[in-house]
Design a protein around this ligand. Structure first.
Ligand code: 5AD
Ligand code: SF4
Length: 460
């Protein structure tokens, strides 16, 4: 462990000891960003830093950013504005902007917010501790945006410390995306697909299990593309089969999946492997063929439907969730309604819904037929209303069934209730002893809600 440089440490008058410098990470966006933040946190902790309870107490603040829509980018600039006062009152403190927006906007961030010390692109998370050291020894500011595809970012150092691991942990298995859907900025800011070698993933999973994890979610912009870029072409279904027998691994989840890459091997693995949970997140984006073509999604509505039928046929109790975007350029009222009809027919268990947001440099952004914002927002509301109705109806059909719940701990709403997740990833709340946290419990689902279920534990 390195000794923290003097200028950052606050002198502790009572003991004369130099407390560890503290960092605070604000994460925007998706689960991959959460995983990248936890990687940076582990690396900083190994280098002698400690996580601060609040941004005020920090010697280093990192904003880990998202670029997928315009709004989270505005939020980053407004947060940077708010942090100007913090920076003024802590002249030795450091401010870093990392991740997708850092990659996209680069030097522009420093032009608009000159108090930023480090701009760190999406292939540089694993170097955070070194870059911070460099800036502290006078080398400032630093902008790292190279996309050379350094595979060590994809790989992650194994073990990542000896601290207790969460009951449910996220493990990135593939980074980047090579799909270039016409609206999406991800391939530009995260670069092409880079998979971690299977051994590396197995090692990290075993390390997490030793430290208390029982459920692992395999992460990637498209986990089903796993292995295509590696020399011996391991597959995602193969990876599931490798992980399934590892002792103490109770549950495997994965997200997110491109429908075009669903194979019979994947469906068989989901049907056969006891640890693989009955849930798939399969972004549909639109439900009409011309829109899907313009989005460059690579499937038709009928093909998507056929995949869903195969999945539901082979995996009993499967929950199907999705991402849907409305107001893509040129989307007519008829196309939107046709999409709604398809969603009504499919009946997703839940959907993340978005209004199209033009992203610089994408193919869709250059189209002249942008849908007025007001229309996009109205369609979004109609979609949300429909999906809420479907979610309630589907959950309603689950009432009276039994479910296996992995207990997270006390529910946020208190009242002596515990919260956990069923295998299909739906939230379940029930009365119980907090000592049950971390265990598997059988319950009967008694009440359906939009957010999940109330339930009663089964005795014995
Ligand atoms: N505008 C709105 N939503 C978008 N998404 C991706 N790009 C855009 C965009 N330009 C949505 C997609 C994707 C999810 C992560 O974000 O639905 O699946
Ligand atoms: Fe974006 Fe399409 Fe890649 Fe998903 S599959 S990250 S929507 S380009």
């Amino acid at each position: 462990m390195k000794t923290p440089p003097r200028q950052l440490a606050h002198n502790d008058a009572a003991t004369g000891a130099m407390p560890d410098p503290q960092f605070f990470i604000m994460t925007f966006g998706c689960q991959m960003n959460e995983a990248d933040s936890s990687l940076m946190a582990s690396l900083l902790e190994r280098a002698g830093w400690r996580e601060a309870d609040s941004s005020d107490a920090a010697d280093l603040i990192i904003l880990n950013t998202c670029s997928v829509r315009e709004r989270p980018e505005h939020k980053v600039y407004s947060t940077l504005g708010e942090l100007r006062a913090w920076k003024l009152s802590n002249p030795h403190a450091l401010l870093a902007v990392a991740g997708c927006m850092a990659q996209r906007a680069g030097e522009e961030i420093r032009r608009r917010a000159p108090h930023v010390d480090i701009v760190l692109g999406t292939r540089w998370f694993h170097r955070i501790h070194e870059l911070v050291d460099r800036v502290r020894s006078g080398d400032r500011p630093i902008v790292c945006l190279g996309m050379e595809g350094d595979p060590s970012t994809a790989r992650r150092p194994d073990a990542l410390g000896v601290a207790a691991a969460p009951l449910r942990a996220f493990v990135p298995i593939i980074r980047g995306c090579s799909n270039f859907c016409s609206y999406c900025i991800v391939p530009f800011v995260r670069g092409p697909e880079v998979s971690r070698p299977p051994d590396d993933i197995v090692r990290e999973v075993k390390s997490l299990l030793q430290r208390g994890t029982r459920e692992v979610t395999l992460l990637g912009q498209n986990v089903l593309a796993y292995g295509r870029d590696l020399a011996d072409k391991p597959t995602f279904a193969g990876l599931l089969r490798t992980l399934d027998p590892i002792p103490d691994l109770w549950r495997i989840r994965f997200t997110t999946c491109h429908p075009r890459d669903v194979t019979s091997h994947l469906i068989s693995a989901m049907a056969e492997l006891p640890t693989v949970c009955e849930h798939i997140h399969l972004p549909i984006q639109a439900g009409e063929d011309k829109l899907l073509e313009d989005m460059r999604r690579g499937y038709t509505a009928a093909e998507y439907l056929a995949i869903v039928e195969q999945l539901r046929g082979r995996v009993p109790g499967l929950a199907l969730t999705t991402d849907i975007m409305v107001g893509f350029p040129g989307e007519t009222e008829e196309q939107f309604e046709e999409s709604l009809r398809l969603y009504t027919r499919i009946e997703f268990d839940a959907a993340f819904t978005f209004a199209y947001s033009p992203r610089p440099g994408t193919e869709a952004e250059k189209r002249p037929d942008e849908i007025p914002r007001q229309t996009r927002l109205e369609r979004l509301q109609r979609l949300i209303d429909l999906q809420n109705h479907i979610t309630i109806a589907r959950n309603g059909r689950g009432v009276g069934e039994e479910a296996e719940v992995l207990v997270d701990g006390p529910a946020a709403r208190g009242d002596g209730l515990l919260a956990g997740r069923a295998r299909n990833n739906k939230q379940v709340i029930f009365p119980g002893d907090p000592a049950l946290a971390g265990s598997l419990l059988r319950v009967t689902l008694t009440e359906a809600h939009l957010w999940g279920f109330r339930s009663d534990p089964l005795s014995g």
